[in-house]
Write a protein of this length. Structure first.
Length: 129
């Protein structure tokens, strides 16, 4: 058709317990044209997923307080919402592909913003195809 896909129709849920990092990630995602939601822990993230059917990407930190860490959250989300793409980030642990849900991505913190945007654009392109 030739018309550009509306990236704002794809929502990304950022889960990060460090407020400044959460807002930085949300700003990065919104500046790239996507819609972003923020959560400080897994329980908030699941509540948002239950109420926002437009969430297509979970972008979570591994180290979080609360009922589960980011890796457990990633697997729980993939099991309950299979179409959601998972991106995991950590500055403390290296996550191997085997530890991620299928088709999950890992970014070591501090991650290059351009790499995250490139990954999100790739996901958006797949979703719009």
């Amino acid at each position: 058709m030739g018309s550009a896909f509306d990236r704002s129709r794809i929502s990304i849920l950022v889960v990060e317990d460090e407020p400044l990092l959460l807002w930085d990630a949300i700003d990065l995602i919104e500046e790239a044209g996507f819609t972003a939601y923020g959560a400080a822990n897994a329980d908030e993230a699941i509540a948002l997923l239950e109420t926002h059917a437009d969430i297509r990407v979970l972008f979570t930190d591994v180290d979080m307080p609360g009922s589960m860490d980011g890796l457990r959250l990633a697997h729980a989300v993939k099991n309950r919402w299979p179409p959601v793409t998972i991106i995991v980030a950590s500055g403390h642990v290296n996550v191997t592909p085997e530890e991620l849900p299928e088709h999950g991505l890992f970014f070591r913190k501090p991650y290059p913003p351009t790499s995250v945007i490139r990954a999100l654009n790739g996901i958006a392109d797949r979703l719009s195809a």
